[in-house]
Design a protein around this ligand. Structure first.
Ligand SMILES: [Zn+2]
Length: 109
């Protein structure tokens, strides 16, 4: 059985650990749990050629965020602003929250 334990969620802040954007921080726009990829705002921009449209008769180049491998990013804590591992805490009502392993603060708003 493959573990699908995704700790990164949309609108989390992440830091890039590998590749050309290493060290940069951005906000997660999209998580693709099937492929294990995330799309991070303004990071890993790729150029795409758009087809010429019937109206203007010309194509163009659009820049778009490319997906990053989820193992190449690490979540950044809002509270202590450190890249951190994510822990879990079960609240009194039985619900689970993600917590920062560095400062112990909950990461879910
Ligand atoms: Zn923290």
């Amino acid at each position: 059985m493959r573990k699908k334990h995704l700790k990164i969620k949309k609108s989390d802040k992440v830091i890039v650990l590998a590749g050309k954007e290493v060290g940069k921080i951005g906000t997660v726009l999209k998580v693709d749990s099937e492929k294990g990829r995330v799309v991070v705002e303004k990071l890993n921009m790729i150029k795409r050629h758009s087809k010429p449209s019937a109206k203007t008769g010309q194509g163009g180049i659009v820049e778009k965020e490319g997906p990053l491998n989820i193992s190449n990013v690490m979540i950044v804590c809002d509270k202590c602003t450190e890249p951190t591992r994510v822990g879990k805490r079960v609240l009194e009502d039985g619900s689970k929250v993600r917590i920062c392993r560095k400062c112990g603060e909950p990461m879910d708003r």
